[in-house]
Ligand binder design. Structure first.
Ligand code: SF4
Length: 371
């Protein structure tokens, strides 16, 4: 059993100052970072709480009963989140994903969904509005989320075998309830639905084929995610990573596959189709096939910090500007300035000395800024 690292410094409590640049950065919809990557995708974490304890994200030994969640007053309100999202859209964002922790734990999240659904991209169209959930509350919430304006959901599900699933979520939560949630989301029209399975060698690779058999032919897109060294607490080891190439070979042995075109620049999943037309699967290979080259994602933490990479150490504190009386133009200028200075490409550097410069090796927790 890998040694778990108990964090000494709580990354949630450190922040970089978001400054108002001397030369304002107006929102033109065309801002690009230091590598020429546009800003197209905003992931908004609406809570640092979760009701699961998946070992690769929120290990129970660290996130135990004494773990201090962020006080509610420190979280951005729905109005503040919507105001910040409006500035990101003005800089070119087309897609908004709600994450957590577990976003459905945030009370009245439908109110936020309807506020975000009312926003517009620079083209005057509604943003693509999606949400990533562990599915535990989806059966109850699917219809109201759809009515509020949510378009689709991505459900994290690491196995179909009930014992394996209960072991992986580490709170003994039954797989049947997540499957009911997926069925309710389908019923409500929250699609196309995607299902994300993190594959950890020695834990659940034997679930790859049962998951494929279950979801193929249903219109639900199953994606296999390589186990990642996110945060500083999951005791990540390379020998527990099953490369996507190996997962794909296992799958293709039973179901021949053909590669598909990416559906949008910056897409994280490599798309493959079943040769017999039974649908699509995806592979998210941050460890063995870095995709930083066209990464166009920014992340907003639940209390208003902007992170420029899933593996970042620090985020920029927008809340001080928000609550300090900044105008929308000033907020947009600060966001543009932050993005222009972005040079992140951790996955291309993984394993090299350069990988963790700037964060001292303390990467922010995925449970805090969302996947
Ligand atoms: S490692 Fe960072 S820069 Fe690279 S794809 Fe992931 S989030 Fe983007």
């Amino acid at each position: 059993m890998a040694e778990r690292v108990i964090p000494l410094v709580d990354q949630r409590l450190v922040a970089l100052r978001a400054v108002l640049p001397a030369r304002p950065v107006p929102a033109t919809g065309l801002v690009a970072d230091a590598r020429g990557r546009p800003l197209r995708d905003l992931r908004i974490s609406v809570t640092d709480r979760c009701n699961f304890r998946c070992s690769y994200c929120m290990p129970k030994e660290v996130f135990d009963k004494n773990y201090q969640y962020l006080p509610h007053a420190s979280l951005l309100s729905f109005e503040e989140i919507t105001r910040v999202a409006r500035q990101f859209l003005a800089h070119g964002v087309r897609k908004i994903r709600l994450t957590g922790g577990e976003p459905l734990l945030r009370k009245n999240i439908e109110i936020l969904v309807s506020q975000l659904a009312g926003l517009r991209t620079v083209e005057g169209t509604p943003p693509e509005l999606t949400l990533t959930t562990n599915g535990s509350l989806l059966a109850r919430k699917a219809r109201s989320l759809k009515e509020a304006g949510l378009q689709r959901v991505t459900v994290s599900l690491d196995g179909l075998d009930d014992a394996v699933f209960r072991r992986m979520n580490d709170v003994d939560f039954p797989v049947a309830e997540v499957l009911e949630g997926i069925a309710a989301a389908r019923e409500a029209g929250l699609g196309p639905i995607k299902v994300n399975m993190v594959v950890k060698r020695g834990t659940n690779e034997h679930e790859i084929l049962p998951m494929a058999r279950h979801f193929r032919g249903t219109g639900i897109v199953l994606r296999f995610i390589e186990y990642m060294d996110v945060g500083a607490t999951n005791g990540w080891r390379m020998d527990e990573v099953m490369p996507s190439a190996e997962v794909r070979a296992r799958l293709a042995a039973e179901f021949p596959l053909a590669q598909l075109e990416a559906s949008a620049p910056g897409e994280t999943a490599e798309r493959w189709g079943y040769a017999d037309g039974a649908g699509e699967v995806g592979f998210i290979s941050s460890v063995t096939q870095a995709f930083c080259g066209d990464c166009n994602r920014a992340r907003l933490s639940t209390e208003g910090k902007v992170y420029l990479c899933l593996f970042a150490g620090n985020g920029y504190d927008l809340r001080s500007l928000l609550r300090g009386g900044a105008t929308d133009e000033e907020l947009a200028s600060a966001i543009g300035h932050i993005w222009q200075g972005r040079d992140d490409h951790y996955s291309e550097l993984r394993g090299t000395m350069a990988a963790d410069t700037g964060s001292g090796g303390r990467r922010v927790e995925m449970s805090y800024i969302g996947g």
